[in-house]
Write a protein that binds this ligand. Structure first.
Ligand SMILES: Cc1ncc(COP(=O)(O)O)c(C=O)c1O
Length: 409
């Protein structure tokens, strides 16, 4: 796979394919030779820092190699072919998705081994089965015997074998079987012995890591995630169930994990962009954040030390963020248009298209006039990025490319 990079024009500046609402020119899908700067963009705009994405993806790639596990990165944070190619560089090429729309999009983009990491509802089986024929492998998740029956029936009817993981709850209490129950062993055995199913193994996501307050707490969750899964695999193997894969991983736990002995693959995703929550719980530093939302000041209220910006809940999402670490965190971190933090500024409320920013001091005459730009680092980049149909890809403050994510389910 070849990473598409923007071409340089004669003066050594980047050409990019614009489709953005650029305030200095008409919207166009033609190659546009002029350099576009971040301040030329219409707002709100989703910004992606290319060099930071490249650094984050190569660091996670090196980490997985050092820990001796295969990297099957999650692509749901960005949902773009370009970032996914950076994620799998130097690795076997498998990816994880969160919708069948993503699976179809990445299959069309050349990805051949995909895990759909949400428990499969029987109503989606015909679509998943059709898609699996176009791939080397599409793995599905289940945690329920009724679903196991439906997956088996679907595979039998079509004369195909479907790949299946048993989803395990290692403490997040969102989805997955309880690894302490005999019923969970029985379900794995039932899937493992089906002639129509290819039982890959067990898979978990330690979502409870997001409830931690610092890296030390996350380290304990990471150890627990591994220990629960390795112990459960041992129990299954003693019950004569073949377990090829033990698949784990959240961005927080993989940022700190020290020992993954027994684990075969990891599926982090958020690390491509990171966000304000990851900084607060100790997964990364501010300079590792690759995603932000450009907004403009559209109102100014010095008597209450507030500004109004044109990034509301439909640009930033209403994820409450790391309130367990910083109860006053607001709806994201406020940076200058060049990406420097503006200390003490808080986004105190969001409505659909409005964001209210409270300043820590009186606004001096002429400070932050209407039209001023800020970059907001959202609390949850996966949710905020999903609100945009395109990202402006930056190097410093120059727009060098445009990435189009897949949308829908
Ligand atoms: C099943 C599964 N695997 C992997 C991930 C990636 O985790 P993170 O977003 O912490 O990188 C997620 C995220 O929700 C997930 O649900």
């Amino acid at each position: 796979m070849r990473f598409h990079s923007p071409s340089l024009n004669k003066s050594g500046r980047y050409r990019w394919r614009t489709g953005f609402s650029v305030s200095t020119s008409k919207d166009t899908l033609a190659w546009y030779p002029a350099l576009v700067r971040v301040e030329d963009l219409g707002t709100p705009a989703a910004l992606v820092d290319l060099d930071v994405v490249a650094r984050n993806t190569s660091r996670m790639g090196e980490r997985a190699s050092r820990l001796g596990v295969r990297l099957r990165p999650h692509v749901k944070t960005h949902k773009t072919i370009e970032a996914a190619r950076l994620q799998v560089r130097g690795h076997f090429g498998g990816i994880t998705v969160s919708t069948l729309a993503e699976a179809a999009f990445f299959a069309a983009g050349g990805f051949r081994d995909i895990t759909y990491a949400v428990p499969i509802p029987p109503a989606k089986l015909p679509e998943a089965a059709d898609l699996s024929r176009r791939l080397d492998r599409l793995s599905l998740l289940l945690d329920d015997s009724v679903v196991a029956d439906a997956v088996e029936e679907c595979a039998r009817e079509r004369g195909i074998r479907l790949s299946v993981f048993l989803k395990v709850d290692c403490g997040a209490h969102r989805a997955g079987v309880d690894p302490g129950l005999n019923d969970s062993v029985a379900l794995a055995g039932r899937v493992g012995s089906s002639p129509h199913l290819d039982f890959r193994g067990i898979l978990t996501h330690a979502g409870q890591s997001y409830r931690c307050r610092d890296a030390q707490e996350v380290r304990a969750v990471a150890a627990h995630e591994r220990d629960v899964m390795v112990a459960f695999a041992g129990r299954l193997r003693r019950a004569a169930v073949r377990v090829d894969e033990i698949s784990i991983g959240s961005t927080p736990t993989l940022a700190v994990a020290e020992d993954l002995a027994g684990v075969t693959e990891v599926r982090p995703g958020n690390y491509v962009f990171f966000d304000a929550t990851q900084v607060a719980i100790g997964s990364c530093a501010l300079e590792d954040i690759a995603f932000s939302v450009l907004v403009r000041v559209i109102g100014r209220y010095p008597s209450r030390r507030e500004l109004l910006v044109d990034g509301g809940a439909l640009a930033l999402s209403k994820d409450p963020g790391p309130v367990h670490v910083d109860p006053g965190c607001g709806f994201g971190l406020v940076l200058t248009a060049a990406g420097e933090p503006v200390p003490g500024m808080r986004i105190i409320s969001l409505s659909q298209e409005h964001g209210v920013v409270r300043c820590p001091h009186d606004l001096t005459a002429g400070q932050f006039p209407v039209g001023s730009l800020f970059r907001i680092v959202p609390n949850h980049s996966c949710l905020a990025a999903a609100l945009f149909d395109r990202y402006a890809v930056l190097r410093d403050c120059d727009v060098v490319d445009e990435w189009r994510p897949v949308r829908g389910w």
